[in-house]
Design a protein around this ligand. Structure first.
Ligand code: HEM
Length: 435
């Protein structure tokens, strides 16, 4: 299967070096813009010519071996930068803002028990049902706004039924997650208004969860039956006091579930669907595989499509001490303490040293070449349910006849803050029926 768009390399580094010599701020602006709009060509050139790309503001790491080295050395490359924003919103520490601490170890272990991988088949079924409900509503209009009309409601519905966290209503939960995630991961200039909105949303969310926890505990004491969701499991778990899983830990970890999910899952679904629809031959194969009783055949199409536009392109880390990255190779580079390091899984997944024929759309990629869910200590807690939900929502969409991209501007993906997909209108059914 051929690639749709061949990456063109060349030119970025000359323009960057020239801008840096003349006006360093404009050089920073160029890189930010390329990372947003021209990342495949930029990364291809960097992998080839400057695989560890040092700028005065940050260092970008592009080769597979180096990206995984950064992400697996949490005491050198820490997530300290995430800590303050997430702590401020949630009123206490959350695992993604702490490295190599007993708290991170304990909370991740606890939550891995709660998100039992044996739940996956049921979660997949749930996501499929939620997607079909939305598609049935959209169908008569001949189109669907795939973000708020399909993928976000699926994620919010999974949060309601599987996590046991519906929010006062889906709209409020959606607003809370957007406010907190925007500040935590997209407020690069530290806008105080965005920070304040996040703190407000976080305290509303925790107060809501505190009341629900009290209700669940009361129901459990009274012997009433509760749904078997993640919240009930947490409320019903009694660990020795010395372990330190108090109610604050339960509330913060419950809050972390939709925070990890409601932006990233629809983000990945939008990117995967767009990449599939851009490749008619692949799309035809994917639709054929969507009818297969073995979901794995279909799912491979989704993951390979996502490789061509992963939702998480860069994972930021703070370098805690002077460190030689890629030691013993020609690209060995000294990273000074205090450097902001951007590990680029989106680039690593195109590294020809590891990924065969990276520009080709191939369905035989091994799972360990995929870095959509991170790598190392902070690898995604929700990977099992998330994989199932993403693939099933996309599968149900593609099982509808006539799914297609619409010409711009209508068909373009609109993003909030340049990151979170907010609008993606697709055609459904016979052409010319859109209302
Ligand atoms: C059930 C849904 C999900 C939950 C509950 C969840 C939760 C989490 C949590 C708590 C972490 C931090 C783990 C730690 O610090 O040890 C994490 C990491 C991560 N998640 Fe998820 N997540 C979900 C879905 C997703 C999806 C859909 C994606 C992307 C397609 C994703 C991508 C990632 C990545 C890339 C990381 C690593 C972040 C880093 O290393 O900086 N997650 N997730």
């Amino acid at each position: 299967m051929g690639a749709v768009d061949q990456t063109t390399t060349g030119g970025h580094l000359e323009r960057y070096d020239e801008a840096l010599a003349r006006d360093p701020i404009s050089a920073f602006g160029l890189v930010r813009e390329w990372l947003r709009s021209d990342w495949r060509a930029l990364f291809a050139e960097l992998r080839e010519r400057r695989p560890i790309f040092v700028t005065p503001a940050f260092t970008v790491v592009t080769r597979f071996a180096d990206v995984t080295e950064v992400l697996s050395r949490e005491t050198v490359f820490s997530v300290r930068a995430f800590g303050p924003r997430l702590d401020a919103a949630l009123g206490g520490p959350f695992m993604l803002g702490r490295d190599a601490t007993p708290m991170n170890w304990r909370d991740k272990g606890l939550m891995q028990v709660m998100l039992d991988p044996r739940d996956v088949a049921g979660v997949r079924e749930l996501a499929g049902r939620l997607a079909d409900e939305r598609l049935d509503i959209a169908w008569p209009s001949g189109g669907v706004e795939a973000v708020h009309g399909l993928f976000r409601p699926v994620a919010l519905g999974v949060s309601a039924t599987y996590f046991g966290f519906p929010g006062p209503d889906a709209q409020t939960l959606s607003r809370w997650t957007r406010a907190i995630v925007t500040d935590g991961f997209a407020n690069f200039l530290g806008d105080p208004k965005i920070q304040a909105a996040s703190v407000r949303a976080g305290s509303e969310m925790i107060a809501y969860l505190r009341e629900r926890l009290a209700e669940r505990r009361a129901a459990l004491r009274a012997g009433r039956r509760l749904p078997d969701d993640v919240f009930t499991r947490l409320a019903a778990t009694a660990l020795p006091a010395e372990i330190g899983v108090d109610d604050e830990r339960i509330l913060i970890n419950m809050a972390g579930l939709p925070l990890g999910f409601v932006e990233s899952a629809p983000g990945a679904m939008v990117e995967a669907v767009e990449q599939l629809l851009l490749r008619p031959e692949v799309l035809a194969q994917a639709i054929e595989a969507a009818g297969d009783p073995d979901p794995a055949r279909f799912d491979r199409h989704v993951w390979e499509a996502l490789r061509f536009n992963p939702f998480f392109k860069l994972l930021p880390r703070l370098c805690e001490r002077d460190y030689v990255l890629a030691a013993g190779t020609p690209r060995a580079t000294m990273i000074p303490a205090g450097t902001l390091v951007l590990a680029a899984p989106a680039s690593a997944m195109f590294d020809a040293d590891v990924v065969a024929e990276p520009e080709e759309f191939r369905l035989d990629r091994p799972g360990h070449h995929q870095l959509f869910f991170g790598f190392g200590q902070h690898a995604c807690l929700g990977v099992h349910p998330a994989r199932a939900v993403i693939c099933e929502a996309v599968r149900r969409l593609l099982l509808r006849p006539g799914v297609r991209l619409l010409p711009p501007p209508e068909g373009r993906v609109v993003r909030a803050g340049g990151i979170f997909p907010d609008r993606f209108v697709l055609g459904l059914g016979a052409e010319g029926q859109e209302q």
